[in-house]
Design a protein around this ligand. Structure first.
Ligand SMILES: [Zn+2]
Length: 883
């Protein structure tokens, strides 16, 4: 009943015959409609095109039309080529490099006067990046890419001609592996009772939904490819990232965004986002497409998203969330399905034509995506010269701002707790389009002297706001303090008088997460700087001969890679249980001692060089007690309720070369775990998902259920017989509840409900800490905290906190590895109700018969970002098999 005639653009398709480039290349073929290649119409019920099919179709388009060209940006995690299309008029396509160069010059500002910029802006084209399929289970956007390409290449509509003449579209499939996995999962289930079942694994080799939380960290190869495309090649004006989890019953969510907005964004950019969003809204009303909503739910605070990461690069980001039932299965909605507040079709400024229910099909979602994409392209086409100039202007303003006000630069000393990790941080910045330099000579800034070679990020660069955003401490704004400032905006899921939670994290300060020391220059820097293409840490070397043992610092994360390689080669490694000194040089507890009889000097030299490690040596035995390390046999629990934290952990193990085995429910239920493993790692996941898993009837039988009570008993037996259980973050609650540990979750009664769980009569929360960095104290004499400083910021993200039950305090009770201090906990983000965390433990070792449970009750490896706390997880693995 709902489908209106809204696709006049794709109805008239004349065969095209184009001769171009003085007759050198001819495109005499007819542009095939998608169904000729796919075998079904885009968005047809129960049909999803795979990535392979989509690319096959794009290749047919490339053969038939001079207005589209395909390029490869790199490979996916599973090794597929990531192909993207560029679409524009034939005239523009013949001069792509020229227009790319104009984009680059205007984005980078350097060397341009306003006058030259105006001339270039008038001559240039608006490069618009549009992607689909990042979140693969949100199917419509990737399918819409296919139809969008066809419509642009074949339409005779004046609006589309304007788009082709004035814009260059970079059209991207953001997650090719996921697109294929989804279609492969869905199609065999069509027509069965499992048609709309969740996929029991992540729709990316490692991170699933978190692929939209990786954008400032660029850990995953797809993120790296997209980042290079955007920040080093195309410098688009607009970046449009499609999603499909619109707030029900609205049919699509479009900008203007929700509050709060990120402060490190040029205000002109926010205005353009609003303007583009409103133009999209107008396009929907013109086409009679109802149910378009703005302003609620999706804010632009957190820069981990594909969209918000580019805002501080002066790229207007656009996010939309079309509505989704499940995959390509249609669904009929009645008024009874609507939340109460939507049942009377109340009209509002940002929801002027409420959706009234009816059928919703994949094709409807595709049509909404098409309207939205074309509106973005059309707006960019209309305003292309102004937008191009404004992009230059934003870069110019940012450069001017930081020539007049601090921070004038960020200074990153080479002398660090973990220097290779500091270099890694800077190389990520370079990948993200930031210019990094090295001081040619020593200098003084704010009274502090820095030697030659110190790394510097001057802020007089066009994307400097991005550096500020990532390096500074976040102060998430408090809604309760300034209600008028927020125009009374509330989220339906929250309570009266509650703070406005961010959609994702509140604080992310990357130098804190990575344990890297940085400082700001609050006065103008006077020092000669050399640009650096790739930051190289201070060279590693074997400092001295080792008659007895080589000594490797526990402070450097790369030490774990070194030790894993040494153990793999059969080298003997001891772990020092105390501090000690050799010829006046002191070594902390956790120092790794590689017996020289078991390794060659050349091998140690190569490790030092490749991993930038300074390796010491001792001629004789040391006074401290030692443990003998052995490659731990690691099991990583993998639930059929797909879990991104499991994927991140797996990815991290591979990066640091820890061998591991994924174990599923059946293996946990089968038992005999001690014969196979020294340690079982439980990722951050709810107890229900671990124990009960998917319910009967919701998914094919082989994926039903969790580890069950039998699995719980087997895990308990595994520990009692000498194994180690490591529970991460919310996974700790599973361990506490199911293993009966003498530890209590201190936040149990005050933890705020999830974003949409709050009952109507809920009271405002007394405690809230959405993804923030908190001060934490570590006992670096405990093996799990070896290599940590006594205090460091750590990531609280939906975390527990621990009180030890009084009768178990003391010698044989749980040992506190890390705890929250007694005051001033917040370093970045938002914390309400600090008293609930003060003096509470955040990581503990709980002995259980012959074994132990290590509760790491915060985000030690959250999204593979906090390099500063990875050690706790890695040490836990070694600790499980050290004797
Ligand atoms: Zn999404």
């Amino acid at each position: 009943m709902f489908r209106k005639k809204s696709l006049s653009l794709m109805v008239v398709v004349p065969a095209v015959l184009i001769l171009l480039f003085g007759g050198v290349v001819s495109f005499a073929q007819r542009v095939p409609p998608p169904e000729e290649v796919l075998g079904f119409k885009v968005g047809a019920d129960y049909h999803l095109a795979t990535y392979q099919q989509a690319i096959e179709y794009f290749r047919a388009l490339e053969k038939a039309s001079p207005m589209i060209k395909l390029f490869e940006m790199g490979k996916t995690a599973m090794g597929k080529p990531m192909i993207y299309a560029v679409i524009s008029s034939a005239q523009n396509m013949a001069k792509l490099d020229h227009f790319k160069e104009i984009s680059r010059k205007l984005a980078l500002v350097k060397g341009l006067t306003d006058e030259e910029a105006r001339r270039l802006a008038a001559e240039g084209r608006a490069v618009v990046y549009i992607d689909g399929g990042l979140h693969a289970s949100e199917c419509a956007p990737a399918q819409h890419n296919i139809q969008l390409a066809y419509d642009l290449l074949t339409s005779e509509e004046p609006d589309i001609r304007l788009i082709l003449d004035n814009t260059i579209l970079v059209l991207v499939f953001a997650n090719p592996d996921g697109m294929d996995m989804l279609a492969e999962w869905y199609h065999p289930n069509v027509g069965t009772s499992y048609e709309v079942s969740s996929m029991p694994w992540l729709y990316h080799k490692y991170v699933g939904h978190d692929n939209n939380r990786d954008s400032y960290m660029v850990n995953q190869v797809e993120t790296q490819n997209l980042t290079r495309l955007v920040n080093q090649e195309w410098y688009p004006l607009v970046l449009y990232n499609h999603h499909q989890t619109g707030p029900f019953p609205a049919r699509i969510w479009i900008p203007p965004n929700s509050e709060p907005t990120n402060p490190n964004v040029h205000p002109l950019l926010v205005r353009w986002q609003n303007l583009i969003g409103c133009a999209m809204g107008a396009a929907f009303e013109q086409e009679g497409k109802e149910g378009v909503v703005s302003r609620i739910r999706y804010d632009s605070w957190y820069p981990g998203y594909v969209t918000q990461v580019v805002d501080s690069h002066n790229i207007m980001s656009i996010l939309t969330e079309t509505n989704l039932y499940r995959y390509a299965t249609p669904h009929f909605y009645t008024l009874g399905d609507f939340p109460e507040e939507y049942q009377d079709f109340t009209i509002s400024t940002f929801y002027p034509s409420p959706w009234k229910g009816g059928w919703w099909r994949l094709r409807d979602a595709v049509d909404y995506c098409l309207t939205a994409s074309k509106a973005v392209l059309h707006t960019a086409a209309k305003y292309h010269a102004e937008l191009l100039y404004n992009k230059y202007q934003m870069g110019r303003d940012v450069i001017a701002r930081f020539q007049k006000e601090p921070p004038y630069a960020w200074i990153i000393p080479q002398s660090q707790w973990d220097a290779p990790t500091a270099a890694l941080l800077l190389n990520k910045m370079i990948l993200l389009g930031i210019d990094v330099y090295q001081a040619e000579e020593s200098f003084v800034s704010d009274g502090i002297s820095y030697p030659a070679g110190t790394w510097v990020i001057p802020m007089n660069q066009p994307f400097a706001l991005f550096v500020k955003n990532i390096f500074e401490e976040q102060r998430y704004p408090d809604l309760m303090k300034y209600p008028d400032l927020w125009q009374g905006l509330v989220r339906p899921q929250m309570f009266p008088g509650a703070y406005l939670p961010p959609y994702d994290m509140a604080g992310w300060t990357l130098p804190y997460q990575m344990g890297v020391k940085v400082s700001t220059a609050n006065t103008l820097l006077e020092v000669s700087l050399t640009p650096v293409e790739r930051v190289v840490p201070p060279a590693g070397r074997v400092e001295r001969g080792a008659g007895y043992a080589y000594l490797i610092s526990p402070k450097t994360n790369n030490s774990f890679i070194a030790v894993n390689r040494i153990l793999k080669k059969g080298g003997e490694v001891l772990w020092a249980g105390d501090s000690f000194s050799v010829e006046g040089k002191s070594y902390p507890p956790g120092t790794l001692m590689v017996l020289s009889r078991s390794v060659s000097r050349s091998f140690m030299d190569s490790l030092a060089k490749e991993l930038f490690l300074t390796i010491g040596g001792t001629g004789g035995r040391i006074s401290a007690k030692t443990y003998k390390l052995k490659t731990p046999r690691v099991a990583l629990y993998k639930s059929w309720a797909a879990n991104a934290d499991e994927g991140w952990t797996r990815w991290l193990f591979e990066q640091f070369e820890f061998p591991y085995t994924n174990i599923h429910d059946a293996e946990v239920k089968a038992g005999e775990l001690g014969n196979r493993f020294d340690v079982i790692v439980i990722p951050s996941q709810s107890t229900d998902a671990i124990v009960d898993g998917h319910k009967q009837g919701t998914i094919p039988p082989q994926y039903v259920g969790g580890i069950t009570s039998k699995g719980v008993r087997n895990i308990k037996r595994f520990v009692e017989e000498g194994g180690t259980l490591v529970a991460l973050n919310s996974g700790c609650l599973f361990a506490i509840d199911k293993l009966g540990l003498p530890v209590r979750d201190a936040l149990k009664d005050v933890r705020p409900p999830g974003r949409r769980e709050a009952p109507k009569d809920a009271k405002p929360p007394e405690f809230a800490c959405p993804g923030s960095l908190l001060r934490m104290e570590f006992d670096s004499k405990h093996p799990v905290a070896y290599g940590m400083s006594e205090e460091a910021p750590a990531m609280f993200n939906r975390s527990p906190a621990f009180s030890i039950l009084p009768s178990f305090e003391g010698e044989k009770g749980p040992a506190v590895i890390a705890k929250y201090p007694k005051e001033s906990l917040l370093v970045s983000g938002f914390l309400m109700g600090e008293k609930y965390l003060q003096n509470k433990a955040s990581a503990v070792e709980v002995p259980l018969a012959k074994g132990k449970v290590i509760l790491l009750g915060f985000g030690v490896q959250n999204r593979a970002q906090p390099h500063g706390t990875f050690k706790l997880l890695f040490n836990s693995l070694y600790y499980s098999s050290a004797r």
